[in-house]
Design a protein around this ligand. Sequence first.
Ligand code: NAD
Length: 455
Amino acid sequence: MLKISNPANGRTIAELPDDDAAAIAAKYRAASAAQPAWAAMPLAQRLAAIRRFREGIVRDLEKLAAILTSEVGKPTKQARNELNGLLGRIDFFLAETEATLKPRDVFDESGMRERISHEPLGVIANISAWNYPYFVGANVFVPALATGNAVLYKPSEFATLTGLEIGNLLHASGVPRDAFQVIVGAGSAGAALLAQPLDGVFFTGSYATGAKIAQTIGPRMIKLQLELGGKDPVYVCDDVDVAAAAAGTADGAMYNTGQSCCSVERIYVHEKVHDAFVATFVKEVKGFRIGDPTSEDTYIGPLTRAPQLDVLADQVSDAKAKGAKLLLGGARIDRPGNWFEPTVFVNVNHSMKLMRDESFGPVIGIQKVASDEEAVRLMNDTEYGLTAAVYTKDRARAEKLLAQLNAGSVYWNCCDRVSPRLPWSGVGHSGIGLTLSTYGIETFTRPKAWHLRSA
Ligand code: NAD
C-alpha cells in the first residue's frame, strides 16, 4: 500500500494499493496493443481529446488545486498558478503539433525526391517529479499523446492523487484507457516500469535517480531524456535598481518554497551594491507569509518531502562551520509536518555545500563579487546547468554575460521562468534532452528518411 500524507501536518490522507511488477507488465502489454490504433487515429481527433482535457482542467481547477495542495503542500494560490500555466502549455501544443508533424520534402531533382516524416516512438515511460506535477508531467504526456505514442505515466509517489486525477480527466476526454495509464508506486514501481520493453524513457527528477536510470537504459539504445536538478545562479550587477532586483530574486528563491528545478539557488552581487541588495532582499523574504498552505495569503508552505529537512539542516551547519553569516532563519519550524524557516546567508563561498549542492528548499547564499569576470567564473563553477540570470540595466552587458554562461536557459532581469515556446533543457548534471518548444514535440517522434526515385 502507498500511504499519502499531508506535508503541512503529517496526517495520512489516503492509502492506495500500488502496482506490483505483474500489474506493471500487464499495463505495458495493454499499452502496446492500444498504441497502433491511437497512432492511426487522425491527428485532429487526438488533438480534440487534448482540447477536452484542457476544458476539464478549467472546469475542475479549484478541486484539482485543493488536491495538489493537500498532497504536496503547495500554497493554494501557487497551485492555481500551476494549473493556469498548464493551460498555456496545452494551447501551445494544440497550435503547433500539426505543422511540426507535417512531412517535409527536402529535395526533388531528376526524379529523386527526399522526404522527412515523423513517426511516433511507440510506448513511452513518463516518470515524473512531484514539485510541479502538472507542468513536468504535461510537458511529456501532452505532446507524446498528440504525436501518437502510448504513455505509461508514473507520477511521483508524493503526487499520486494528482496523477490519478490526470488519468481520469484524459480518459473522460477520449484518450483510450490503455493508451494512457497511471502507474501507482514509488521508486520500485519506476524500476519495474523500466524493465518493460519500452520505446522511450522520459524522466524528470533528481540527478541521483537520473544517473541510475541512464545506466539501466543506456545499453538498450532507446530514446532517453533526463530532466534533472539545478544549482541556478543569479548575478546582480552594480547598476541595478536594487529594489526590483531584490524583489525578483527573492521570489525566484522562495516561490514554491524553493522547490523548483529552476529556483534561484545562489546569488552573486557586485560589491558596490552588495550591502543595499542584501538589506532589501532580507526585508523581502521577511515579508513572505509562512503558514497553512490552504490559506489564500500563504506564500511559503511546508517542504513536500521530510528527508529534505535533514539536507537543509546539514547545509546550514556546514555553512556556519565554514564561516558563513546567517541573517535569517536557519532552523526547522517546530510544528507537525515538514517546515523549515526561510534562510539567508552571506559571506558564503564555494567550499560550502550550500553553494554547490541542490538545496531544493527555502535556503539561499549570497556571495559578494568584485567584477563581471569573477561572477561568470563562479556561476559556471557547478556540475549543473539548468538556468542562470543576470540583473543589470545594460542590455549589451547582459547579453555579453549570458553568452558566457553554461546553462540551458538564460535570463535578463528575470528568473525562475519557463515558456512553452522555448526549449527546456540542461547542461551537465541538469540532464539530457529537452521538452517544450517545437523541438519538444519532435522529440516524441522518430524522424524517418524517405528516398523516392520515380523511375
Ligand atoms: P526523484 O529522483 O526522487 O524521483 C523522481 C521519480 O523517479 C519519482 O517518480 C520516483 O518514484 C522515481 N524513481 C525513484 N527511483 C527510481 C528508480 N530506481 N527507477 C525508476 N524510477 C525511480 O526526484 P523528486 O524528488 O521527485 O524530484 C525532485 C528533483 O527533480 C529535483 O532535483 C529537481 O530539481 C528535479 N526536477 C527537474 C526538473 C527539470 O525540468 N529539469 C523539473 C522538476 C524537478
